[in-house]
Design a protein around this ligand. Structure first.
Ligand SMILES: NC(=O)c1ccc[n+]([C@@H]2O[C@H](COP(=O)([O-])OP(=O)(O)OC[C@H]3O[C@@H](n4cnc5c(N)ncnc54)[C@H](O)[C@@H]3O)[C@@H](O)[C@H]2O)c1
Length: 459
């Protein structure tokens, strides 16, 4: 069996860790006494040099909740200007003018945005069923793209997006912003250094218990076929008469949304794949049910997914268990944890908590010691100095956050001809197991997936 990088590097971490001689990458030089006591370490990002020589002009397509959050963050990166917005609901277009100025160009038709030569990049934050069409059209017009997650609505759409990026050689970034966070980067380094030993299991969940959290969004009072471009909304899916619930609460319906797995598991896949350098699982099974939010929705509000990751050069074989619960009386939280043979870590965007198994540090076996001395001689059982059991790596004060980092990485790649981690291939590999959860749930079948060749395997 090949020794993967997780195996090789853990020795170096262990060496440093157990001897208490920990390298600069693990302990900053100056720690207050109180910090030392708490085993708290600060994560900080080295400021990379960049020149704001070229302004980048962007447009927003889909100016709803996330689109506005995306564009608001994007323009905080120096040299970025929003000059246009597109949406199918007029209320969102007037809100966009109010926010970014009356002189921005607004339209209901994304093709008018793509025709403009003065737009370098677009943010696509429409419902999921429009991601593929607009992404491909934008790249074919030479635009760089920030597309919200999940990259595609259907497993069969991924290759077209990957092909469009390869053909047009533009920068394409999917919007699971955690991938660009300090927390994900630290976890990746810790795993590589062997901090939790050999990875064998990971788990993650999202818990919510509120109407808004469960997608019961308000419907604007003026919503009507006049103020909403309904025909366009359904033009690439099943045609139906105008229905404001379907338009404003699109996540609940399979024609437009991708269920809890496409909406939320996909973030966990993105982070997990980034941290482990994995390309995805080969076996996918999901179960769940609609337990509480029986408002006409077509997707479950509780979902459990299980996934088998095969051994690769990058990581050992491991299992993953994911869960979303929208009826979770404990309130709202989310979680990603990786477990190895010698510890575990919980990974957040601005924090990583590493738990080491103390026993591993103590190599003296009492039985062997007694045997060695034959019980005749007094042995002083002097205790060892134990390394810390728990280490918290916390982002420095003033950290701009994952969302800023994700946009910074996109624009930096555009300026320097560089790369982003979450490109179309990465985005497809993160979306695929999330989308296949729905296929497993609705077909009541285990799905076999080939993450290298991006194909469903029929056995
Ligand atoms: N990265 C994250 O943390 C995160 C968080 C929330 C949502 N999202 C993603 O962002 C996307 C949007 O979600 P949201 O919560 O903002 O939804 P939303 O309903 O608030 O906004 C979607 C907007 O798109 C518009 N729209 C629909 N079809 C369009 C089309 N063809 N052309 C132009 N505009 C169109 C709608 O009118 C609406 O204003 C989804 O893909 C979602 O998964 C990502």
């Amino acid at each position: 069996m090949p020794e993967n990088s997780n195996d090789q590097s853990r020795r170096s971490f262990l060496g440093k860790f157990t001897k208490g001689v920990v390298g600069a990458s693990l302990f900053p030089t100056i720690l207050t006494a109180a910090d030392k006591q708490r085993n708290l370490q600060s994560l900080s990002r080295l400021r990379e040099k960049y020149s704001v020589n070229d302004n980048i002009q962007i447009a927003l397509i889909g100016a709803g909740g996330m689109g506005v959050a995306d564009a608001t963050t994007a323009v905080t990166v120096p040299g970025i200007k929003l000059i246009a917005a597109c949406d199918l609901y007029d209320g969102r277009l007037s809100d966009a003018k109010q926010k970014w100025g009356n002189d921005i160009f607004t339209t209901r038709d994304y093709r008018e945005i793509l025709e403009r030569k003065d737009i370098d990049a677009v943010i696509i934050a429409t419902p999921d069923h429009w991601h593929k069409d607009i992404s491909v059209a934008a790249m074919n017009k030479g635009k760089s793209v920030y597309c919200e997650k999940p990259m595609v609505h259907d497993i069969n759409e991924g290759n077209e997006v990957v092909a469009a990026q390869n053909k047009n050689k533009v920068i394409y970034e999917v919007g699971s912003q955690g991938v660009s966070s300090l927390g994900n980067e630290k976890a990746k380094q810790l795993l590589k250094d062997g901090a939790i030993g050999k990875l064998n299991y990971a788990e993650g969940f999202w818990a919510r218990m509120s109407p808004f959290g469960a997608w019961q969004y308000p419907i604007p009072a003026d919503a009507s076929p006049k103020t909403v471009g309904w025909d366009t909304f359904v033009s690439n899916t099943n045609k139906r008469p105008f229905d404001p619930l379907r338009f404003f609460r699109w996540r609940n319906y399979r024609d437009y949304g991708t269920g809890v797995s496409g909406d939320l598991f996909v973030h966990l896949f993105s982070s997990l794949h980034f941290v482990t350098s994995s390309i995805g699982p080969e076996k996918i099974m999901a179960t769940g049910g609609l337990r509480f939010w029986k408002d006409g929705r077509e997707v479950p509000d509780v979902m459990l997914g299980m996934f088998d990751y095969p051994e690769t050069r990058e990581h050992p074989a491991f299992n993953l268990s994911l869960r979303v619960n929208f009826v979770d009386g404990t309130g709202g939280t989310n979680y990603l944890r990786m477990v190895g043979s010698e510890g575990s870590m919980t990974v957040e965007w601005d924090k990583v908590t590493l738990y080491r198994n103390k026993q591993n540090a103590d190599t003296s076996d009492p039985l062997l010691q007694t045997k060695k001395n034959d019980g005749k001689q007094y042995v002083y059982e002097r205790k060892d100095m134990l390394p810390p059991e728990k280490l918290e790596y916390i982002a420095d004060k003033g950290y701009n956050g994952a969302h800023f980092d994700h946009f910074y990485n996109l624009f930096n790649a555009m300026r320097t001809g560089g790369k982003v981690s979450e490109d179309s291939l990465f985005g497809y590999r993160a979306a695929a197991p999330a989308l296949l959860c729905n296929d497993s749930y609705f077909s009541n079948k285990i799905i076999n997936w080939d993450p290298s060749n991006l194909k469903i395997v029929t056995k």
